[in-house]
Design a protein around this ligand. Sequence first.
Ligand code: BG6
Length: 479
Amino acid sequence: MKQSKTFPKDFFWGGSIAAHQCEGAWQEGGKGPAIMDYATAGSYEIPREFTYELEEDKKYPSHDGIDFYHRYKEDIKMFAEMGFTALRISIDWSRIYPRGDEEQPNQEGLNYYSKVIDELIHYHIEPIITLYHFEMPVTLVREYDSWLNPQVIDFYLKYVKTVVSALKGKVKYWVTFNEMNHIDPQTEASDIFTYIIAGIKYSEIKGNKKEVLARIGYNMTLAGVKAAKLIREIDTHNKVGCVFGIHPIYPRDCHPANIMNAFKEMDRDFYQIDAMCNGEFPKYKIEENKDYGIDIEITLEDKKAFQEGKLDFIGMNYYQTGVAKVADESLEDQKLFGGVQNPYLQQSKWGWAIDPIGLRYLLNYTYRKYGLPIMITENGLGAVDELVDGKIHDDYRIDYLKQHLSEMKKAIVEDHVECIGYLMWGPIDLVSATTGEMKKRYGFIYVNKYDDGTGDLSRLPKDSFYWYQHVIETQGEEL
Ligand code: BG6
């Protein structure tokens, strides 16, 4: 068969955004409070805080976001102008079930998302819907113990059923979860990741922390496979994926012990993908958990769910690679995602290693492991943009994206990886998830909003807007 020398014709070109980072309107449309509504604004130097009550002297950036809730028409029009063929948005669970445990959904929330999706369809933009992007109703954490409680799986499935049924015929591509893999029992976790994923601060976990993480990880994985089956039952045309945030780990050097360390560190991110693609929860993980005194019962019903809930595609969020720790390395040396800096790579202002080849490596690695189509669901550069004479000349962003797209192209054309789309994060400036800042900007579209609360929220295309427009126009021929 003749191999196409470029991107497939039906390749998805577009971007990804998440409700809690862009919508704002946190008390409108019947929405309930969600976990990120209690996350304060931080910065690279000052970690976000997760407060129990809202504190008057603190800023909570999800409350206003970039006001996508009211401006979605304007924003989608600009995405359409760039030629997007897909947009990944998330649905905020707390707009559909404000507490999470109600009998009936909030119709206003369903209507809102239906209108947003109609707008996308109007411009022939394929909606790719994430059902959980760190947006859990806070009540499910405070009154039900979050994902530690199997009842929460049932609430999630009810929410999934409600949304997928309501949007039947409009949406084909569904993502069950975003980046649940950042909770791993074998890793010393930080508050930020356990909080954004499950609403729980790592430092406040009482008792066996590993066990708590293992149970959360198991229950979310189980919820993912059960949801996959359910989504396909509602409409057999539906395609179900789950999104993982993977940064490949390189060994420090060729010392065999360091190769092994690197393998182990990277492999930790894959047990949930194994579970969702191979039809069973991996035996190595069950045994590893037992080594730590953690005995998770996998019932016959669970086993059946793993068999029946395999993924149709894998979503990959790729930003950076890491270098494996060596066993005796001090923890102080570790960056946000662990490991030390790679001397061969430049870092972003937020310390994320810029590694385009890492994207080609990850695509190859994952495709050869599972043989499933892969969608790049996030990739982008968080940078400080400066307005000069009313314009943003973001050559650094263009350069970053160009290099990543070029490596992705090699993976598709030369390595024969089935990659079905590239969704850049976040095509419009929005609130950073890890730091809660506006200053860390990713967009093709500049949003006039600043961390001190000023700004009129107006939108402005950056130079990269026109560059991406051209990339899409030429189907990736001209990068
Ligand atoms: C991904 C998340 O991990 O990274 C996004 O899915 C997030 O929600 C993105 O925004 C970039 O991280 P940050 O902290 O720069 O916003």
